[in-house]
Design a protein around this ligand. Structure first.
Ligand code: HEC
Ligand code: HEC
Length: 289
């Protein structure tokens, strides 16, 4: 079925389905330092950092090439017109957990909200403190330059009905706290599957082949990082921790492409405990769904 046919048959569903992730954030208080930590490990800085020399963590402008065309990452500093200075916490939280803008329009899933929807409410509250504490930066990123059939935000609603699984993850019983922390980071904020899990024709991740290597990811193709393949290639848990810290693989080569940026702006800031948790999870992955 062509994209237009999908659009036509699903047009009634182009509005959000409405079964929103009804979270209660009351009683939580955010911490900006914790929030910057989350912004690093979740890749917010990797994508939203300045592309000029200003050093801003969130002023945007990065161009992401994909088969859909070029996405331009927006300014999310607290600038009232050019950033998100007039947003409420609820607007921010809803963008992460529902992929909706303050007017209720769908975001393109290049913004990895299909992973961020799994974030804990505490991490979201902390992130908000960090994002709103940076200096406002003027300057709006130019619009995306997408091929016609990828421009329609209504299409994203159909995609979400099929592929978007919202809400926090329930810890897996019988697994250690460390393993569950690793699973949370990998499947949630650190969104390893965005580049390492293959996608079907409509761009949804094929969870029956989780981590077997991304083939059609926006911008990059991550290799197979299933437990069996990591082991067959001689990786150990310690190697994975070291590589996510240093950007150097066990064979002495540096990571290339988006993985090196992910380390440079993100994972190298992670605590030893969190890196060890990710490694623990990757060497004991659950069976495919
Ligand atoms: C892979 C790159 C990437 C990562 C990682 C990423 N974003 Fe984004 N973000 C984008 C793009 C691209 C858009 C624009 C989406 C659209 O136009 O539909 C966006 C949109 C947004 C928006 C909406 C801005 C607006 O003006 O409407 C917010 C808020 C945001 N991101 C916050 C975050 C936070 C917080 C994180 C980390 C938890 C994050 N992003 C991680 C690429 C990214
Ligand atoms: C933005 C896309 C992206 C994300 C997100 C991502 N990766 Fe990668 N990863 C890549 C790419 C691309 C490569 C190949 C790098 C190269 O060419 O050197 C790679 C390579 C790797 C390798 C080396 C595998 C090998 O045998 O060569 C490991 C291990 C790895 N990633 C683990 C992870 C983990 C763990 C996460 C989550 C914390 C993650 N990646 C998130 C894109 C990504």
């Amino acid at each position: 079925m062509g994209a237009l046919a999908v659009f036509a048959s699903g047009i009634g569903a182009a509005q959000d389905s409405g079964d929103a992730d009804s979270r209660d954030y009351s009683g939580l208080s955010g911490d900006a330092n914790r929030g910057f930590y989350v912004a690093r490990l979740a890749g917010c800085v990797t994508c939203h950092r300045a592309t000029d020399k200003s050093g801003s963590l969130f002023s945007g402008g990065l161009q992401i090439e994909s088969r859909a065309g070029t996405y331009v990452v927006p300014n999310i500093t607290p600038h009232p017109e050019d950033g998100i200075g007039d947003w409420t916490f609820e607007d921010f939280a809803r963008s992460l957990t529902e992929g909706l803008d303050p007017e209720g329009r769908h975001y393109f899933p290049v913004y990895p909200y299909p992973f961020y929807t799994h974030m804990t409410s505490q991490d979201i509250v902390d992130l908000w403190e960090a994002v709103k504490s940076v200096p406002p930066v003027a300057g709006r990123a130019p619009g995306h330059r997408l091929k016609l059939r990828y421009r329609m935000r209504g299409m994203v609603g159909i995609w979400k009905n099929r592929f978007f699984m919202r809400g926090e993850l329930t810890p897996v019983a019988g697994k250690s706290e460390q393993w569950n922390r690793g699973r949370y980071l990998a499947e949630g904020p650190a969104h390893c599957g965005a580049c390492h899990t293959p996608r079907g024709a409509m761009g949804g991740r094929d969870l029956s082949r989780r981590y077997q290597g991304g083939v059609e990811k926006v911008g990059s193709n991550g290799p197979d990082i299933t437990t069996a393949t990591l082991e067959a290639n001689g990786w150990t848990e310690g190697d994975l921790v070291w590589s996510l810290r240093s950007g150097i693989m066990p064979d002495g080569d540096a990571f290339g492409s988006s993985m090196s940026e992910l380390v440079q702006h993100g994972s190298r800031y992670m605590s030893n405990a969190d890196l060890a948790a990710i490694a623990n999870y990757f060497f004991d992955q659950p069976p495919p769904e």
